[in-house]
Design a protein around this ligand. Structure first.
Ligand SMILES: CC(=O)CC(=O)SCCNC(=O)CCNC(=O)[C@H](O)C(C)(C)COP(=O)(O)OP(=O)(O)OC[C@H]1O[C@@H](n2cnc3c(N)ncnc32)[C@H](O)[C@@H]1OP(=O)(O)O
Length: 441
């Protein structure tokens, strides 16, 4: 019996900013962002969108595109680091939105007996949800699980993270009918606790508060959706963890150079070119190339052989990332969709090919695993139209972007949107203060 991904769907935020507009306003050379990091557009949520609406959109699309009966789903596990509440899971909001939408067709509370939960470990939380769900379907081959990766990658204005923002969701149906890709349940794992990127409950001093400090206690704690991070250190942690997890994968699978057998290498992509930049280390170790400095490592990336390797095994997975930006937990799965969609568009046959995954979550952990493409993959991919769909987003100008970022807009940029949206947040009723209410329009 085989297990893996039976079907997949995605949702990209409805707005975007051209990266060259950001570069111009911030005084950054556009070529650095476009040719250095591979960024073209940055996906941004409208006022009514958040990680819960992204997840609901991807979930609904999965159900309708592949004619899934929601009552057949035993689990919905969401990987996210953009939770809207520290107790009530984002999964419960997304599930409720879809339940309401499907009420006419399936009756009230169609997910009544479904186990829903969030999993958080920065960008790797949805890979953890996949790992867990595969174990679940292996133990219960007649059951199906849904994994959703959903996030909004937001950084402080004018910070070095600003040009690596983005967001969106990918939903995966996990079962014993892996019509897209069978996942080999063997996981190389590497973990180390570090502070490369995190979202602490930040402590503020009274004098830091601009408005009415007398109303606040001496110190307050708040959650922030913008991370504390050290970009170059996070790159190093990413490189170290994937090297360690890859080594572990080799040990547990008794393989010597697994990457050579992989048709595609699918990375967590915080920006489009990250995978190809950091893989130079593993590539060099595997091929007996030694380097002592970062400059020497970079020279590996310029070799004819490495460029050919990138063009054949990584480039197609980068294409969607260039158009959307960082999707945190969803980035690795969007890289997979991008590679599949590109091969589909170019009429390539991937049946039976092996695909390798190199996942990373700050804080920090990496998982390396692999899968085999199903002979039925084209039927699954035929529902996506990934690159066409991305063309239908609405472009916004820089001023609108800054206002959205600062939460200064009261109404949606696109008031005629069609989909799930935040309707209101309860502010008065003391026993419901902060409750979020959504609707579909
Ligand atoms: C957050 C997660 O999602 C989890 C993770 O993966 S952690 C690892 C990634 N970390 C992050 O994404 C954190 C947020 N982002 C950041 O901190 C920063 O944006 C970053 C670290 C990702 C990039 O930092 P930066 O200082 O702006 O860029 P830098 O690392 O110098 O790279 C710029 C590239 O553009 C190239 N470049 C510069 N000017 C150029 C030009 N005019 N033409 C062409 N290329 C140019 C540089 O040569 C360099 O490429 P190479 O190193 O391959 O030669």
């Amino acid at each position: 019996m085989t297990f893996g991904i039976e079907a997949a769907s995605f949702y990209a935020p409805s707005l975007y900013l051209e990266i060259k507009d950001l570069a111009e306003k911030r005084g950054i050379e556009p070529a650095k962002l476009e040719k250095g990091l591979g960024l073209h557009k940055m996906g941004l949520p409208d006022v009514h969108e958040d990680a819960a609406t992204f997840a609901a959109e991807a979930l609904l699309k999965l159900i309708t595109d592949y004619q899934i009966n929601p009552k057949d789903i035993s689990r919905i596990y969401i990987g996210t680091e953009s939770a809207l509440d520290a107790a009530k899971p984002t999964a419960s909001y997304a599930m409720q939105m879809v339940e309401k939408y499907l009420e006419n067709e399936f009756g009230e509370r169609c997910f009544k007996n479904c186990d829903v939960v969030d999993m958080t470990f920065a960008c790797i939380g949805a890979v953890d949800a996949l790992h867990n769900s595969l174990d679940f379907v292996q133990a219960n081959p007649d059951k199906k699980a849904i994994v959703i990766a959903s996030d909004y990658a937001k950084y402080e204005l004018s910070s070095p993270g600003e040009y690596t923002q983005g967001g969106g969701a990918v939903a995966l149906l996990i079962s014993s009918e892996p019509n897209l890709i069978e996942i080999e349940n063997k996981w190389g794992v590497a973990t180390e606790s570090v502070f490369d990127f995190f979202k602490p409950r930040r402590q503020f001093k009274k004098e830091d508060l601009k408005e009415s400090p007398e109303n606040f206690p001496d110190k307050i704690e708040i959650f922030t959706d913008e991370p504390v991070f050290d970009g170059h250190y996070s790159n190093q942690c990413y490189q170290d963890r994937i090297r360690e997890a890859y080594q572990h994968y080799k040990e547990i699978t008794s393989t010597t150079k697994p990457y050579e057998n992989w048709r595609y290498l699918i990375f967590h992509l915080p920006y489009a070119f990250h995978g190809k930049r950091v893989f130079t280390e593993i590539y060099s170790l595997e091929n007996g190339i030694s380097f002592d400095t970062l400059e020497e490592q970079k020279s590996v990336a310029k070799s004819e052989e490495y460029i050919q390797f990138i063009n054949s095994k990584i480039e197609k997975s980068q294409r969607a990332s260039s158009e959307i930006g960082n999707m945190y937990t969803a980035s690795i799965f969007m890289a997979l969709l991008s590679a599949f969609q590109s091969s589909y568009d170019e009429n390539e046959d991937l049946s039976g090919e092996e695909i390798g995954f190199l996942a990373y979550g700050s804080g920090s952990k990496s998982k390396v695993f692999a899968g085999k493409v199903s002979p039925k993959w084209k039927k699954v991919v035929s529902k996506w139209n990934l690159f066409e769909t991305l063309k239908n987003r609405l472009a916004i100008d820089f001023n609108t972007y800054e206002k959205l970022h600062r939460k200064q807009l009261e109404h949606s940029v696109n008031p005629d949107y069609n989909g799930f949206g935040l309707d209101r947040i309860e502010l008065e009723n003391p026993v419901l203060k902060g409750a979020r209410y959504y609707q579909h329009k």
